[in-house]
Design a protein around this ligand. Sequence first.
Ligand code: HEC
Length: 250
Amino acid sequence: MIKNVMTKLGLSLAVALTSMAPAALAAGGGGKLLPANTRPDNIASVQRGAKLFFNYCVGCHSLQFVRYSRIAEDLGLSEEQVMKNLNFTGGKFGDTVVSPMRAADAAVWFGKAPPDLSLEGRSKGADWIYTYLKSFYVDPSRPLGWNNTLFPGASMPNVLWELQGIQRAKVGHAKDGGEAHIEGLELVQPGTQSAQQFDDSVRDLTSFLQYAAEPAALKRQKLGAWVVLYLAFFTFLAWLLKKEYWKDVH
Ligand code: HEC
């Protein structure tokens, strides 16, 4: 009995610790997180994010738990739309999203293989992804010329620089002659999008990665609406019935 309780306690502790892990990881980054304010239930936003993902990210990152057919079904797209507008890697409609980048090549080129992003929306969370994608700046001391304030030393280049423009670090020195530190980032060359448009693009991308990490969430929300309607309808029926019964009593 006691052993049983102990096991249960141990289990719930383990569960509590595991569910705390993403928060701890997120806080472990090199900077403050910006609120992503994503709407992963907003299909239009997830669709725009998918388009961005397949244009700018799939070259290096796979989504090993997501199938093209599932994306079509969940995002209300036809097979043709998905195969023409999202699938540039020659995968079949029923295949999972594989990157053409070979892990071994990537390790040589970037020093590190780009990780699969299937679960990124859950493991790092929306605010982390959103902040990360906005925090790249030029840094000639890095092999690819880019660094990131949230993830210092990241081996990913700023693949969205054409949209965002180029940011440079504003370096400050502590008054007592302490070490130089980054005070903020400033845009030194504008991109094709305004700051507002770029925020929206990054938000869409983040929504898509949240969706990819939990495709069932979209369905659950749709189902949720039906459950509420169903309950409302039966409450109405019950009310009619009650009126009917009490008519004779009054
Ligand atoms: C040229 C290859 C390349 C492209 C294109 C690319 N990435 Fe990356 N990405 C990487 C590499 C390499 C890493 C590993 C960085 C490290 O750990 O130092 C990475 C890491 C990441 C991470 C952090 C993963 C983690 O938890 O450590 C995220 C999030 C991410 N990429 C998102 C994106 C998104 C979104 C796009 C498209 C806008 C994109 N990447 C495009 C190479 C790429």
